[in-house]
Design a protein around this ligand. Structure first.
Ligand SMILES: Nc1nc2c(ncn2[C@@H]2O[C@H](COP(=O)(O)OP(=O)(O)O)[C@@H](O)[C@H]2O)c(=O)[nH]1
Ligand SMILES: [Mg+2]
Length: 359
């Protein structure tokens, strides 16, 4: 299981790892997870040719049985040597509610690897330093910290974008805040140190033992502060449009609106497909530019989009803003935009199916 906050780089890391395991001749299954159906991560990983099982509608901890069913299905269909699982990025307490129960109840031969948690540098530096304008409420920051606290292995991701000084400072902050954990600096994007990550994940021994002392009221309040939106959109036009540009514009306009509203983007992502071509764009904070993480270089008159937004904003405001941005996008680019599915919510209080209390 590879954890970490929304937008930390879990899916990118899992995709990297899966490819590397396959190159070693291993069969890999992936499990994605979300509070609602319509996951960009599932579409993206499937578009890369991976076998993906999805647990949608609740997080692993609160729908543990759905997780074990999904693991069972993967086992039945492809007998994977390795399963990589991505929990929801606003969840924590996963050692007590997922890893330990899996060790105890999973009715199959399953060896659980060390729990790796990715640090998201953009918010991590501010939160761990406890200084400056940090973007999220103390309750959401509580989740951010708890996620790191329960890890066996801490990953500082995005080192391709960090100066040596930034990297050293993050490692130092992790050491101070969470002593005793192994720390690796990686780039899921370039693949740097992924081989070291594979070695670390392959360790056997005493792991998934850090049972958190956690206050579920603060945890629930932190999650409830996030607005969640999953939407499926179809776009048509009389004249061909640039798929990459439309995705980037859509996200940039959303980020600009969130700036105005003073609401912090945790993760905003969209995958677009047209005639077998895929494009993906991401925003992971208010002060970093929208990234076209996969360019399609494709022009088309028809495209299908899946949009996932996790932003510190009430869901009603999120939905209204999203609809407004879509309308502007349609008008400015002479597009006919139809929303075929839309789910907007704030996560409910986490009520884990099982919780191992360390006894
Ligand atoms: N530059 C850079 N971008 C990264 C890296 N890892 C992930 N990203 C980007 O960060 C964004 C969020 O990544 P994703 O894997 O979807 O995060 P998740 O929410 O934790 O699954 C995407 O735009 C990724 O392309 C990295 O190592 N370097
Ligand atoms: Mg993801």
């Amino acid at each position: 299981m590879i954890g970490g906050f929304l937008g930390a780089g879990k899916t990118t890391t899992i995709s990297r790892l899966a490819r590397r395991y396959q190159e070693q001749g291993l069969t890999v299954g992936i499990v994605t997870n979300d509070q609602a159906a319509g996951l960009v991560d599932t579409e993206l990983l499937q578009s890369q040719g991976f076998e993906v099982g999805e647990v949608a509608g609740a997080c692993f901890c609160c729908s543990f049985n759905q997780l074990t069913e999904t693991l069972g299905k993967l086992e039945g269909s492809q007998h994977p040597d390795i399963i990589l699982a991505e929990p929801v990025g606003s969840c924590t307490d996963l050692v007590a509610t997922v890893a330990q129960p899996l060790m105890q109840f999973a009715n199959r031969e399953l060896e659980i690897g060390p729990y790796a948690v990715i640090l998201k540098p953009s918010h991590g530096k501010k939160i761990l330093r406890g200084s400056g304008q940090r973007g999220f409420s103390p309750q959401a920051e509580y989740i951010f910290r708890k996620q790191l606290e329960e890890a066996d292995l801490l990953l500082v991701n995005r080192i391709d974008q960090l100066t040596t000084q930034d990297r050293d400072e993050l490692v130092e902050l992790l050491n101070q805040n969470f002593p005793g954990r192994e720390i690796l600096c990686i780039s899921a994007k370039t693949g740097e140190n992924i081989d070291r990550l594979m070695t670390a994940l392959n360790q056997s021994g005493e792991h998934c033992r850090r049972i958190l002392d956690i206050d579920y009221d603060i945890y629930a309040a932190g999650e409830a502060e996030l607005g969640w939106l999953n939407a499926n959109i179809s776009i048509q036009a009389e004249v061909e449009f640039d798929l990459d540009l439309i995705l980037t514009n859509l996200l940039q306009q959303m980020v600009d609106e969130m700036h105005e509203l003073g609401s912090e983007v945790a993760h905003l992502k969209v995958i677009g497909q047209a005639e077998g071509a895929y494009a993906v764009a991401n925003a992971i904070s208010n002060d970093q530019p929208v990234q076209l993480s996969l360019a399609s270089e494709h022009r088309t008159r028809f495209a299908e989009l899946v949009v996932n937004a996790r932003i510190a904003i009430p869901p009603e405001t999120l939905e209204a803003t999203f609809r407004k941005v879509l309308e502007h996008l349609a008008n400015r680019n002479s597009l006919v935009v139809a929303t075929t599915a839309l789910n907007c919510l704030k996560p409910g209080r986490p009520v884990p199916t099982h919780r191992f209390n360390g006894d």
